[in-house]
Design a protein around this ligand. Sequence first.
Ligand code: M6R
Length: 612
Amino acid sequence: MCGIIGYVGREEAAPILLDGLSRMEYRGYDSAGIAVRSEDAGLQVRKSRGRLQVLSDMVHGGADLKGTLGIGHTRWATHGEPNDINAHPHVSENGKIALVHNGIIENYLELKEHLIKQGVKFQSDTDSEVVAQLLEFHYHECGNMLEAVGRCLRRIEGSYAFGIICADYPNALIAARKDSPLILGYGKDGNFIASDVTAIIKHTRDVVYMDDGEIAVVTADHIDVFDDEMIPVEKTHSHVDWDVSSAEKGGYPHFMLKEIFEQPEAIRKTISPRIRDGRVVLDDLHLSEEYVQGLSRIFIVACGSSYHVGMVSKYTWEKLLRRPVEVCLASEFRYGEPLVDEKSLVIVISQSGETLDTMAAMREAKRLGGRTLAIVNVVGSSIAREADDVLYTWAGPEIAVATTKAYSTQLALMDLVGLYLGDLLGTVSSQEYQAVIEAMGRLPDQMQQVLDHVETIQYHACQYFNHDSIFFIGRNLDYAMGLEGSLKLKEISYIHSEAYASGELKHGTISLIEPGTLVVALGTYAPLFDKAMSNVVEVKARGAEVLAITTERFQEKMEKTADSTVVVPDTHAIVQPSLGVVPLQLFAYYVALQRGCDIDKPRNLAKSVTVE
Ligand code: M6R
């Protein structure tokens, strides 16, 4: 979604801003812009619809815009179509104030009407321009930019991360945040603001995470942070220890492929420190045995692929915990009057830790008295900081919009947490506990084995990439895994696809199966393999072409019926989806490649969805 960068220092700002924006391209955007202030030219603003390269070419890589203070933005349209005018930065009518904004101003129409009555003329259809104009209004009123920002923030409703510069303040940029991430970066030759650490990691690893309601005044040598009453706040610095190379393709044609291949290592990093002497050790989880015993409800709340992890975990946790587990889409949960109370544990899963619906759902759960545990990948992200407990998936930065290694590490971590809770509840036998632990230990190598046979999937992708509609079917854990396989495919290849519980097909959807329809049949869940096979036979009888994913144990049986079969190693049923999902990710990738799609930046999608 939208990306923000700001810089003030001793270097030329424009090339730094363009480079920072290029590092956030993965987030998804439709237009980009920068504003740089110089002594001679005042505020210079350039923006353009389309790829960042268009903007970069327009300003010759930044060489055209002199000045050491500036802000930049990549926009993902919410209010107003993606075009040059609606792109950020937005500039106030007198041309003195430029602003970039992430989030949504909910009362913008009311404010706009008020300003129009004062004679203000608007250029764009955006909610963000309203804030630029409102700032000018208050600046005119009080003559002090910081005070004007404070007055403005008191009037707006909604979510925001702002980067603001004013022609009258040659040495400072102002930042403010509420419900949209913003970090402050302390560099050697200047300081930064950014919505995403990847934008500035090349320049600094010394960062401060802004909290809701805070305002920062950033100069080349200093950063002051204030709360919403303008009282100075002492902030804790964090060191970003990401490897810069993880945000680069490292020889792979796409981040998605690189991240698929990074999965064995990512899983290792996520699980190894948490398994000691054959036991799950979760140092960061502070749930007493008494609390767990007294739990009345367990919710898993998330969006997209993280929700699919929840779907898999519902099956595995109910087996391990012998307790009902409710999986909810965060966007539904937050407004659905959920039955959360003091005895409820609410697990929120989020790669980015910034998904607005998930964050709002978590806050709702807390408001209702529930205890929250966040499974998050991005360290220091908003969800991680607000949850009662947080367990990090150590997947490293995930750049491709279509998640792969974050999904796998979430799944592996949820398996460990399930095992841990099952052990506390006494609902897992010691044999099963040990069997799952052993299976988890083998997982990275077995995953590597699947990746070593990538050419099989490439072959099947070449065979099937021309289909217009693809069904994923399976039972139990295979059904939950199919949800993710289907989402991966539609996200990046734009092929219509549905995932169905095999047994449900005959209640309606089977009418869509006709000669030549491609069905991806998932037959890795051993306890229901025979049932799943009968559904494969059903779709075959109606002319479907079947690409099956199964395990070594069932290969022979499956090959007798399916048109094509991909085989993954056998493992414990609970861990099996972690292996089964890999061919589905690769299939989506190679199908999209065959169709010439923009794999890392699929249309209309954003990496981190920070709006409702
Ligand atoms: O960062 P989160 O895990 O909260 O993101 C949730 C979804 O937006 C995300 O999983 C989305 O569905 C991915 N694009 C799927 O590949």
